[in-house]
Unconditional design. Structure first.
Length: 341
């Protein structure tokens, strides 16, 4: 059965003007740390005063070096400072093993982020400062082959020349903040470099890097089985337009990949409502992967839940028929949901 979604900007009482998401190139090799900045930016997004943003990244370190990776603000003005208030944030990294798959890191970060609440205001210095106008909002130092997932919500209080940068730089540089500020965005030439994890070019892999204007999806469901978060591969290209209406949207500010479809709609908040008031039991089953860990809001509380094809996630709604769902990084898209009495 297909779902007709309504897209929205609010999932917890705060209107999100834009959702900045980056998972491509997903793997970071030493050949992305070889510039004068000792790194690259995955996004450089112009910001508007008065607006609220969420930004998230998901990457792996295959560089053989310790990297500093995160999300920060660059000020290109030489005369006016900027002001940012951090409203929510979380960042996680971990070595991936059979017993600790990547989706555990993604679920831990997502759950911590959704439960977080803060009000930390930072001043973004002018471009002539010691960091050349760069201030990190969240970052971490990562060594070895680890997966890293981070997300931040922030409001731009003031500043007409601010940019959001998702970056990775060689952490051996003492002035890494300045280096992060001068990183150039991933280019077409970069995409022709070899990804050490796949031995193919970075550009041969799909990417969801870009800016999305709507962070929420609302769908009303009956008791049939429905599939959602349905990014689909076809000849190495992500086909976002699947069976559901308004589930996916094309991003802006993308990297020069051949196709910028959003495999899985990572970080998007799904709000489901069962139209049968007697159907209070919900079953979630991964359709593409054998197992996964999702983050759901059930009976008013955000929790993580494990699911597999042989042992789906099941829960009972005690008030109403609504629940929320987020697909964390490290999971596959294509999940089924079914309400039952």
């Amino acid at each position: 059965m297909a779902i007709s979604f309504t897209q929205g900007k609010d999932y917890d009482g705060t209107s999100i003007n834009s959702f900045i998401y980056s998972n491509g190139p997903e793997n970071i090799g030493a050949n992305l740390l070889d510039t004068s900045a000792y790194g690259r930016a995955f996004t450089i997004i112009p910001l508007t005063a008065g607006q609220v943003y969420e930004a998230e990244f998901y990457n792996w370190n295959y560089s053989g070096k310790t990297i500093q990776i995160g999300i920060g603000i660059k000020n290109t003005s030489s005369s006016s400072t900027g002001s940012i208030t951090i409203l929510k944030s979380a960042i996680k990294s971990g070595t991936v093993t059979t017993s600790n798959p990547s989706y555990i890191v993604g679920a831990e970060m997502t759950l911590e982020f959704l439960k977080s609440s803060k009000s930390q205001t930072v001043t973004v210095p002018v471009g002539t400062s010691s960091t050349l106008g760069f201030t990190p909002l969240l970052s971490t130092s990562v060594m070895g082959t680890k997966v890293i997932n981070g997300r931040v919500r922030f409001k731009v209080n003031s500043g007409s020349s601010l940019q959001c940068k998702i970056f990775a730089v060689d952490a051996s540089q003492a002035d890494w903040e300045k280096r992060a500020g001068i990183t150039a965005k991933i280019s077409s030439a970069d995409l022709n470099l070899i990804d050490p994890a796949t031995n193919k070019t970075y550009g041969s892999n799909s990417s969801a890097t870009g800016v999305y204007s709507n962070i929420q999806r609302y769908g009303a469901l009956g008791t049939s089985e429905y599939a959602f978060a349905m990014g689909k591969f076809s000849n190495g290209i992500v086909i976002s337009a699947n069976n559901n209406t308004n589930e996916f949207q094309n991003p802006t500010n993308t990297l020069p990949f051949s196709q910028n479809g959003n495999l899985g709609n990572y970080g998007i908040v799904y709000a489901f409502y069962g139209t049968n008031t007697n159907a209070k039991k919900v079953t979630l089953t991964p359709k593409q992967s054998s197992s996964g860990r999702y983050v759901v809001k059930v009976n008013g509380t955000w929790v993580s839940t494990d699911a597999s094809k042989t042992s789906p996630a099941k829960f009972t709604l005690t008030s109403g028929t609504s629940f929320w769902f987020v697909l964390p990084g490290g999971n596959y898209g294509d999940v089924s949901v079914q309400y039952s009495a």
